[in-house]
Design a protein around this ligand. Sequence first.
Ligand SMILES: [Zn+2]
Length: 116
Amino acid sequence: MKYTGSCHCGSVTFEFEEQEIKSGLRCNCSVCQKKGALMSAFTVSPEAMNINAAEGALATYSFGSGTAKHHFCSRCGIYPFHQTLRKPGHYRVNLGCLEGVDTTKLPFDVFDGASL
Ligand SMILES: [Zn+2]
């Protein structure tokens, strides 16, 4: 399936193809806990991730080892996706940013990022 996503203001949009999304992932690390987003259990390779961002819109936050890149829209503050710690360069997406996905209906697994 082709999935389309965006931040709230639309300055950042993205597309990728993936099997139908039937579950999500939450993480208890220091940043995910505060973010509170339901993210994808799958990762999207950099080649398969099609990102369109208005100039200067996409900002990045990293901490600790700096491996994970937590992207957010500098205009509306929404987190659309990040590049993971476990698979550097690959993306997990914020399922709440995807069209046609109701995150309140999805079961999820928990990743114990706090223990890394
Ligand atoms: Zn935005």
